[in-house]
Ligand binder design. Structure first.
Ligand SMILES: [Zn+2]
Length: 279
């Protein structure tokens, strides 16, 4: 007998991280597996966000995936996405941790299996990116925001009942193939070499890093101008001139103000122990 309650969506994987930690790259890699759909920052679909923010970064408002997705408490959005894309696994990289917590609580009542990747990046790199983008912000506040985020994610990671794994962005960017294999084992899917050519595949992300998305758009001859304008001016040359290969972005080491680094060490050195990358 047919089981009409059988869902198409089988798994949901949350990538939780601070901003500027490589979640867009990781999402693209996982989203290039034939059974995975990378949704990006899913919470942006919420009507509190502007129509631009609620739209696919590549296609805009007419995205073939997102334009028909309905957000209400009574319809399972993951199931809608799986039906629409015919992919059984949805990868979600939403940054709002309270929102993720609510999603987990709702999903636990369904048959979808839950996975949690805690993506970590050296906090010094993260705050350097933030200060570069918003130079008017108070540095102490930037450091405190990072600390709060990290502690919220640690807490959720600790409580999370499904399968979970911690991963360094720096390790992903240097040992991409072996890390991707590990993640495939973790998600209980086969490793597909095409995942490393993430820029050749179709993606429909909400939110996420403009630079990484620009590289995908460049590889696929999409409308570059719009995406380029989203990238802060000081980073445009970097993304325009670099190739598509995955490489570890350590620009922060040259860029960071020694006073900022000292202050960070003082305020968040302990919390950064687990995240530190000295290679
Ligand atoms: Zn799209």
């Amino acid at each position: 007998m047919l089981n009409y309650l059988q869902k198409i969506n089988q798994k949901v994987c949350f990538i939780c991280s601070a901003n500027y930690s490589g979640s867009t790259l990781l999402g693209f890699i996982l989203g290039s597996h034939q059974n995975c759909f990378y949704s990006g920052e899913f919470n942006k679909k919420d009507t509190n966000y502007s129509i631009i923010k609620r739209s696919c970064k590549f296609c805009g408002v007419n995205c073939p995936v997102w334009k028909d997705i309905i957000v209400t408490d009574c319809v399972d959005i993951y199931e809608q996405l799986s039906i629409k894309t015919q992919k059984t696994i949805v990868i979600n990289s939403t940054k709002d941790i309270s929102w993720v917590e609510e999603q987990i609580a709702t999903l636990q009542k369904t048959s979808s299996r839950l996975y949690f990747i805690f993506l970590q990046r050296d906090g010094r790199a993260v705050i350097n990116s933030r200060i570069g983008k918003y130079p008017q912000e108070d540095v102490k506040e930037v450091i405190n925001t990072w600390k709060e985020r990290i502690s919220k994610i640690q807490e959720l990671y600790h409580k999370f009942k499904g399968k979970k794994i911690k991963l360094h962005y720096e390790n992903l960017a240097t040992n991409t193939e072996s890390v991707t294999r590990t993640l495939c084992d973790f998600l209980e899917i086969d490793y597909q070499p095409q995942m490393l050519q993430y820029y050749q595949h179709e993606h429909h992300p909400l939110g996420g890093n403009n630079g990484t998305q620009f590289l995908v758009a460049k590889a696929q001859n999409k409308d570059l101008q719009r995406l380029l304008l989203n990238i802060q001016e000081c980073n445009r040359d970097y993304y325009q001139n670099r190739g598509l290969e995955i490489n570890l972005d350590l620009r922060w080491r040259q860029e960071i103000d020694p006073n900022v680094e000292r202050l960070f060490e003082e305020m968040a050195g302990k919390e950064n122990e687990e995240f530190k990358w000295n290679m």
